[in-house]
Design a protein around this ligand. Structure first.
Ligand SMILES: [Zn+2]
Length: 110
């Protein structure tokens, strides 16, 4: 009932902008255990139907796991089956292939 229009937080901030403390959602890479911004990680999701997919937009519903899109981390999760353990299901061949390609970089051999 006593809501005031003049709030003290308006003044005396020393000229610092509020944008300096912007929060970025972070997730932990399965391989290196580092916290990174979600956008910097590859999300693999186990869908509600039990299938798995790489989810670049991070919007698919289901259980997700994250890994850095670099060779060491991708190959580690593939070799150690870390995604299978995290998602508690088998990865689809497409997902494994996609992650393997990401681990290898552009493949030119043919
Ligand atoms: Zn990593």
């Amino acid at each position: 009932m006593t809501r005031r229009s003049t709030r003290p937080s308006d003044k005396a901030t020393g000229g610092k902008s509020a944008a300096q403390r912007r929060k970025v959602p972070t997730r932990k890479c399965l391989a290196c255990q580092e916290m990174r911004p979600k956008r910097d990680l590859v999300r693999v999701v186990r869908r509600l139907d039990g299938g798995t997919q790489v989810d670049p937009g991070g919007k698919a519903s289901g259980r997700g796991a994250y890994v850095c899109p670099n060779s060491p981390c991708l190959s580690r999760v593939l070799k150690g089956r870390l995604l299978e353990k995290a998602l508690e299901c088998e990865l689809s061949p497409e997902v494994r292939e996609r992650l393997a390609l990401g681990a290898e970089g552009p493949v030119t051999r043919g």
